[in-house]
Design a protein around this ligand. Structure first.
Ligand code: CTP
Ligand code: MG
Length: 235
C-alpha cells in the first residue's frame, strides 16, 4: 500500500461521484460502467484511493445501477454506496451526508470519470489540509482563450492567472459538509471549491496532473481504443 495519509493521523475518506448519465459519452451504459483499459472506468480511481489507504470510499450511483456498481468495484473492502441526485452537486452532498454518522477528519471528492489518480496529487492535497480547510489541483491554461463565438474582435481573455480545475478536491469534512448544507438551493455550483468559497472557506491551489483528465465524450473512448490498437498516444 502507498502511504500518502497525513502523518498527523487524520482519517481520510472519499466521495466518488458516479451518478451521472454520461450523455456526452453516449453508449449503452453510463460511462462510469463502460470498459476502459480492460475494467470499468469507475474501478480505476477506486483502486487508486483504496491503495492509498483511503476509507471509506462512498460512491454515489444512479438508482437502478446497483448491480453494475457492485460488479465494477468487487473485492474492494472500503467501498460503500449511496444513491446520487439530479446534479453533481446533489450527488456530492448526499454522499457527504451518508458518512455523517462516522465522520472522517478529511474527505477527497472525486469524479468517477477521471480514471488516473496519481498518488502524488493525493499527497499534495492532504499536505495542504494541514494548514487550510480546502485544497484543489489545478493546471495553468496554456492555450489562448477567447470568449464567445462571434468572431475575435476584443474577445481574447488574458490567460495569465487562469487555471483549469481538476478533482479530487480535498476538504476538512465538517467544513465542506456545512458548506454544502448552506448552499442556496436553486443553482448548481458544479464544483465543490465553488461551494467552499461561497461558505467563506480558504481553498489552496496545488499542482494538478494532466493524467487527471476527465473522460467526457464518445471520442475519448474511441481515442482509447485507437491507442490500444496502435500502441501510440495518450499514456
Ligand atoms: N455526476 C453525478 N451525479 C450527477 C451528475 C454527474 O454523480 N447528477 C458525476 C458523473 O458520474 C461524473 C462526474 O459527476 O463522474 C463529472 O460529471 P460529468 O463528466 O459531466 O458526467 P455526466 O454528468 O455523467 O456526463 P454528461 O454531462 O455528459 O451527461
Ligand atoms: Mg454532467
Amino acid at each position: 500500500m502507498n502511504a500518502p495519509l497525513p502523518a498527523s493521523g487524520a482519517s481520510v475518506a472519499a466521495v466518488v461521484v458516479a451518478a451521472g448519465k454520461g450523455l456526452r459519452a453516449g453508449g449503452s451504459v453510463p460511462k462510469q460502467f463502460a470498459p476502459w483499459r480492460g475494467k470499468p472506468l469507475l474501478r480505476h480511481c477506486v483502486e487508486a484511493l483504496a491503495a492509498a489507504g483511503v476509507a471509506p470510499i462512498v460512491i454515489a450511483i444512479p438508482a437502478g445501477w446497483e448491480a453494475e456498481a457492485e460488479a465494477a468495484t468487487s473485492g474492494i473492502a472500503a467501498v460503500r454506496f449511496t444513491h446520487g441526485g439530479a446534479t453533481r452537486q446533489d450527488s456530492v452532498r448526499l454522499a457527504l451526508e451518508a458518512m455523517a454518522g462516522d465522520a472522517p477528519d478529511h474527505v477527497l471528492i472525486h469524479d468517477a470519470a477521471r480514471p488516473d489518480l496519481p498518488c502524488a496529487v493525493i499527497e499534495a492535497l492532504l499536505a495542504a489540509l494541514e494548514t487550510q480547510p480546502g485544497a484543489i489541483p489545478v493546471l495553468p491554461v496554456v492555450d489562448s482563450v477567447v470568449r464567445g463565438a462571434q468572431g475575435l474582435r476584443g474577445a481574447f481573455v488574458d490567460r495569465d492567472g487562469l487555471y483549469r480545475v481538476q478533482t479530487p478536491q480535498a476538504f476538512r469534512y465538517p467544513a465542506i459538509l456545512a458548506a454544502h448544507r448552506a448552499w442556496p438551493g436553486a443553482t448548481d455550483a458544479g464544483d465543490d471549491a465553488a461551494v467552499a468559497e461561497a461558505a467563506g472557506l480558504a481553498v489552496a491551489l496545488v499542482q494538478g496532473d494532466e493524467r487527471l483528465r476527465k473522460v467526457t465524450f464518445a471520442s475519448d473512448f474511441q481515442e482509447r481504443a485507437m491507442t490500444v490498437r496502435t500502441g501510440m498516444g495518450f499514456d
